[in-house]
Design a protein. Structure first.
Length: 199
């Protein structure tokens, strides 16, 4: 039996203050431009098929994550700290609770269940968010490995630097046809074909 490609879900990876606030050591200089495109896509897809993830500092410090937080002590605060809040306007884009993970990559049982990934269907994710060269790429490749169809919306992703963002997009582009790269204009222009999961 052929697999049916589901209508796409919009995944907004980690739209949190820690990655958007210019005063944060992890702020992306491209966040504002990406956020504008993300909101346009969310309005097109709708809150029922939009899901938001958050990275929370809840990993075991006895693992290599302990080394990580020693390098970035400003981030080693409780998960409830305002640093990890969603940016203004993000919560209203989805009808679902956030997918919270202590890992860079957000693909896993929680996200798969949220989008209804099931045998006989091919989930389709439109991936946006921050940062292109960390949590975005770490989410995209496992999703593709799991059999999802993934569209990385290039101008709706915010990188740490232009060079790092270009490198990450190049790497993700090597994983076609499971992963394809499109601009937000291309996604929106696809209209019924894209929203219906048809090619």
């Amino acid at each position: 039996m052929d697999s049916t490609v589901s209508p796409p879900w919009l995944l907004i990876v980690d739209p949190q203050r820690v990655f958007a606030d210019p005063g944060s050591d992890w702020a992306s200089p491209f966040w504002d431009e990406a956020w504008e495109k993300i909101r346009e896509l969310a309005a097109h897809i709708g809150p029922e098929r939009t899901v938001i993830s958050r990275w929370l500092p809840t990993a075991d410090r006895d693992t290599a994550w302990g080394d990580y937080f020693r390098v970035w002590p400003f981030a080693d605060v409780p998960a409830e700290d305002p640093l990890y809040d969603l940016v203004d306007g993000a919560a209203e884009l989805t009808a679902h609770p956030t997918v919270d993970e202590p890992t860079f990559g957000k693909w896993g049982p929680q996200l798969a269940a949220r989008i209804g990934a099931a045998p006989g269907t091919t989930p389709h994710l439109l991936v946006t968010g921050v940062s292109t060269d960390c949590c975005v790429i770490s989410s995209v490749l496992p999703a593709a490995d799991a059999g999802a169809r993934v569209t990385v919306v290039t101008d709706a992703c915010a990188a740490s630097t232009a060079q790092n963002g270009a490198a990450a997009l190049h790497t993700m582009g090597l994983f076609g046809p499971q992963v394809d790269l499109r601009t937000s204009a291309e996604v929106l222009a696809a209209g019924e074909d894209h929203a219906g999961g048809e090619r």
